[in-house]
Write a protein that binds this ligand. Structure first.
Ligand SMILES: [Zn+2]
Length: 53
């Protein structure tokens, strides 16, 4: 089962705030989550962003 690392990027300021893993086959869609962003100092929508290997 290939687990891939993805970064979660704040959709407001584009800061990469979190690293998570996902299962490529189970989650074909891009992840989005509400997370706290330190730069925005608020909960914002975070989108999946690819990490360089
Ligand atoms: Zn932010």
């Amino acid at each position: 089962m290939p687990q891939i690392k993805v970064a979660m990027m704040c959709s407001v300021c584009s800061e990469l705030n979190y690293i998570t893993t996902k299962n490529r086959q189970a989650q074909q869609k891009k992840l989005t989550m509400k997370k706290h962003c330190q730069r925005c100092n608020a909960h914002t929508e975070h989108k999946e962003s690819r990490l360089k290997k």
